[in-house]
Design a binder for this molecule. Sequence first.
Ligand code: 6PG
Length: 500
Amino acid sequence: MAKNKSEIGLIGLAVMGQNLALNVADHGFRISVYNRTTDTMKKFVAENPNTPGGLVGCETLEDFVASLKRPRKVIILVKAGGATDAVIDGLVPLLQKGDIVIDGGNAKWTDTIRRERDLKAKGLRFIGSGVSGGEEGARFGPSLMPGGDPKAYAFLEPVWNAIAAKVDAKTGRPLGGAEPGKPVEGGVPCCTYIGPDGAGHYVKMVHNGIEYGDMQMICEAYDLMRGVLGMTAPEIGKVFAKWNTGMLDSFLIEITADILQQADPVTGKPFVDVVLDTAGQKGTGKWTSVNALDMGVPAPTVAEAVFSRCLSAVKEERVAASKILTGPKKKFDGNKAAFVKAIHDALYCSKICSYAQGFQLMREAQKEYQWKLDFGAIAQIWRGGCIIRAAFLQKITEAFAAQPDLANLLLDPYFNSTIKKAQANWRKVVAAAVEYGIPAPTFGSALSYYDGYRAARLPANLLQGQRDFFGAHTYERVDQPRGKFFHIDWPEKVRPQIEI
Ligand code: 6PG
């Protein structure tokens, strides 16, 4: 009987669940599927009768659990948060010691830590796995970031490696392309064991924070071409298409080129011109920023990307303010092609800083949570499958291969020399944004991060003076060893300092 049992099971047949189940089945693994609404499951199974591995539709959780090989592997793909807990609560009484629950949603890493601990106490094992790449990725090759008990992951690894996107070992280029129904074989899978408990979901969260930064930077580049140069959406789309053939080659630049050249089916106008300018968000960028603040890691570019979405959301207020508040009315009279090139460089330099911040954040998190993250491997699995996949990630992979303990991406020779060459243009663009009154918060904050990180002396000396003045918060001295604190008995004009 055991040989008819399924290799793995999946609960939650929304778009991501259906696509992931088909990807698993395409790779020859028999997969049981369960959905709260049985009709959805029946329709899905009926529509996909001939997959290589086979789909086994189950109407009850009991049948679903009974249909799985032991140790059972159950993937949950439902809305992150309470829904995940509800599914786990229903599932746990039916499972047996050693069975493995895999959460493939965008869970908060602290929830994953809690769930892993709770399930462990019940003799069960829990894997929290980041799954990136949207519908298309889930179907034909996502980037996978699994975390949890490594012994449990060993059971999942063959399936995860098989379904993940593949890249060329040397160039890091995605292999094959998404040809419907044809799994991509060979190459390096965009999947690696990240670390214990919440490590996988943490890394997925940082991926999403970086995704927020990339998206906002692209929007700023578009806004500058529109606002300063008066270019139309299709014209800007063509610029992005050209950029996609160079060092900015990436999924997000590619889809931006397509979106900008898309016509609205109703009016025939450029599609983006009829889309309301208020951005949604589900929270992963906010979690990244809040965590950066909690750990005291400077990650201003991701935070600016989140705040930009927040500012976009107050549409009515902005429309009212636009009738009251004034700004410059400058006309561009420079070299258009040179300015477009400068925007390209500003985008690339800002992107380097944003990724530098993301990797700094993971470095700090691994200390906080006692993980041992392999940054080179993380950059590698982001080369294909995921939303931030980009040729650029090959450079990050190479940077960490050359120096696994690299303190900051900016210090890698390639990134350092790239910024050296491009920074004049970057500064020009940030200055132009200010002069023309066009908001470019991620470009500007990335540049301030760069200038701050390379500054041997920042004005925090004065800040410490202020803190000591009003709150006796003490200060350290440049001529004394670190860790020795002093205080002046303010507000007397000149008083001798008192050593604390
Ligand atoms: C991915 C995406 C995916 C999702 C984001 C979008 O890696 O496949 O990041 O997880 O598209 O959650 O998040 P927002 O709705 O917050 O933009």
